[in-house]
Design a protein around this ligand. Structure first.
Ligand code: ZN
Ligand code: ZN
Length: 264
């Protein structure tokens, strides 16, 4: 089964010339699941030859602009391409009214239905499943209501023998908290925000974000096989520091860039 991840945006809120804000695309057997939709998402999908019409569902972590501003352009583009299939969007309750407002201005001529699913998980809760994947949401600890998502592939016996259990978890934005490691327990690939290097640890705490070591510690304690980090602050020019610091605790780490692709 095709189960892979593409990074469409690895930056945090401030624009960086070569990096978009948070957005990712998970390919599950030919269909796309989008995780957060930062600005610039459509151009990045174009560059990576990802079809807008193959998007089956969208999972939004929280209502900060760097995670959601790219969604609305995408919804309009899907309409221009003549989408008729229902689109499922998952996110905090407030997203429902934002979509309603968007539709009141831009919904004319849209021939597909948007089905909004309110996420309000207090622990690890299944929110979506298809033939190939089971998606669960879990709460994160950020300045506002925020959720992470865990994707567990549904595999045949033969697939299990070949790959082992295939899973992916997305944690952005969050400060560290003890329950998080249990939500992402034994995940194969963990994406965890690492907004700040250790020199800025005080900022991470006051702004409800994580440091490189917080991300690495979570991966270690959860028993993850591989760690991906991103959501870098724009204040640090030399980005090699992120991976170097995280690797001290968790060696199998990659600081992602836009355009990176990972087999899960
Ligand atoms: Zn953010
Ligand atoms: Zn945020």
């Amino acid at each position: 089964m095709n189960f892979s991840l593409r990074i469409l945006g690895a930056a945090s809120a401030m624009p960086i010339s070569e990096m978009n804000p948070s957005a990712q695309a998970l390919t599950v057997q030919g269909r796309l699941l989008l995780i957060d939709c930062g600005e610039g998402l459509q151009q990045r999908m174009r560059q990576m030859h990802l079809s807008f019409l193959k998007v089956q569902a969208v999972f939004i972590s929280h209502i900060h602009g760097d995670h959601v501003f790219g969604l609305f352009g995408l919804l309009s583009t899907m309409a221009m391409y003549g989408r008729t299939e229902v689109l499922h969007i998952f996110g905090p309750e407030a997203l429902g009214s934002i979509i309603k407002f968007y539709l009141s201005w831009f919904g004319d001529g849209m021939n597909y239905q948007i089905e909004f699913h309110k996420v309000s998980a207090k622990g690890l809760e299944e929110v979506f499943s298809s033939k190939h994947v089971r998606v669960s949401a879990f709460p994160l600890k950020h300045k506002i209501e925020c959720y992470g998502y865990r994707f567990d592939a549904i595999q045949s016996e033969r697939e299990l023998a070949k790959y082992g259990p295939r899973s992916y978890a997305y944690c952005s934005d969050t400060m560290p908290f003890p329950e998080l490691k249990d939500y992402v327990r034994d995940v194969k690939v963990l994406y965890h925000e690492a907004t700040y290097p250790m020199d800025f640890a005080d900022k991470a705490a006051t702004r409800f974000h994580s440091t490189t070591e917080d991300a690495a510690r979570c991966a270690l304690e959860a028993g993850a096989e591989r760690l991906l980090i991103g959501h870098y602050t724009s204040r640090v020019r030399d980005r090699s520091v992120f991976e170097r610091e995280a690797a001290r605790l968790f060696p199998n780490v990659t600081a992602v860039s836009d355009g990176d692709e990972f087999e899960l």
